[in-house]
Design a protein around this ligand. Structure first.
Ligand code: TXA
Ligand code: MG
Length: 310
């Protein structure tokens, strides 16, 4: 634990000086900066090459720290009590006197907030007296980072520090739910929707592919490995990397296992790593076996569909 303390101290020092650093969460790594400081937040957009109109998620330790910046409601409290910290992001109303930088929200009146469930990240948040704005730590439209080395691959020497917290346990971005009016899912993600339905006990609206894009993570091209990708493949073409979810008898060099046991949680955890590997090994395209459209399989298929529009 002692070594963590020195890493956390280092991370805090960079953040206190308005730098932008890589941080681990249970979903994917984030590119974090002080959410209250304009100049720090602007660095995130520059590094990620992110359009200015795409607002950021702000990460808090707990509900008490959130109350300074957002208005909360009953649906939020129900979900917060049962599933936070965890892989869910809530859209709430921003308070008029909140200190959140206008660059975080693109001057919107709502804020995306998340309480990450990663031991080291939570220890870091406990040391800070400000929340952290953090999008996924990847260049815009590219694959998310699920380990410290991925973040370094994305940004090289352009960021000063990555707080290494090991490999992300979930491996997919958080599920996003707008709670300002009727609960509306804006992005499928690491938290199973059935859990949310059960807790809220009412109908949930889905708006994950709107014409009018509220969450640019909904944009058609996203999560791209940078090479063509095909879904629902039975047999790969010559020279194609093949992502599988069930063990095959034959062993081939181009096989990359998301899971060997048809386990969708495991497949989610390995998804970005397998895609990144295929790209880095020089394959010109990727084929993916059919993924069952249930549980986290729904979020995996959502990512693959967007990635396949390369
Ligand atoms: O798991 C995650 O959510 C990761 C980790 C680092 O927390 N973060 C992440 O951030 O995936 P990002 O920026 O890659 O995706 C956030 C999505 C974007 O699609 C953005 O448009 C949407 O959230 N978003 C942010 N603020 C919003 C708001 N006020 N209303 C609607 N959508 C919003
Ligand atoms: Mg992202």
């Amino acid at each position: 634990m002692k070594s963590y303390q020195s890493k956390i101290k280092k991370a805090k020092n960079y953040l206190d000086n308005n730098c932008c650093i890589g941080v681990p969460t249970e979903t994917v790594y984030g590119l974090a900066a002080n959410a209250y400081i304009d100049s720090a937040v602007k660095k995130i957009f520059r590094l990620k090459k992110r359009p200015k109109n795409n607002p950021l998620i702000v990460h808090y330790l707990d509900i008490d720290s959130l109350k300074r910046d957002c208005l909360i409601n009953d649906d939020f409290i129900k979900l917060y009590k049962k599933i936070s910290p965890g892989p869910i992001t809530y859209i709430l109303k921003l308070k008029k006197d909140s200190r959140i930088s206008k660059y975080v929200t693109n001057k919107k009146k709502s804020l995306a907030v998340r309480f990450p469930n990663h031991k080291i990240f939570r220890k870091l948040l406990r040391e800070l007296n400000y929340p952290l704005a953090a999008p996924s730590a990847n260049i815009s439209t590219r694959l998310s980072a699920v380990q410290a080395s991925d973040v370094k691959e994305e940004f090289g020497g352009k960021i000063e520090y990555v707080l290494d917290g090991g490999k992300c346990s979930v491996g997919l971005e958080s599920t996003i739910i707008n709670l300002i009016n009727k609960p509306t899912i804006l992005r499928l993600g690491g938290l199973n929707i059935s859990k949310i339905k059960k807790i809220l006990g009412k109908k949930i609206i889905f708006n994950i592919n709107p014409k009018n894009k509220i969450a640019p993570g909904q944009s058609r091209l996203h999560y791209s490995p940078g090479i063509p990708l095909r879904m629902n493949v039975i047999k790969p073409k010559n020279g194609e990397a093949f992502n599988l979810i069930k063990k095959r008898k034959t062993k081939l060099k181009n096989y990359f296992y998301l899971s060997t046991k048809n386990n969708l949680d495991e497949a989610a955890k390995n998804l970005y790593t397998c895609l990144r590997k295929a790209k880095n090994k020089g394959y010109k395209s990727i084929a993916v076996e059919k993924i069952p459209d249930k549980g986290l399989g729904k979020a995996i298929n959502d990512r693959l569909q967007r990635a396949s529009r390369y």
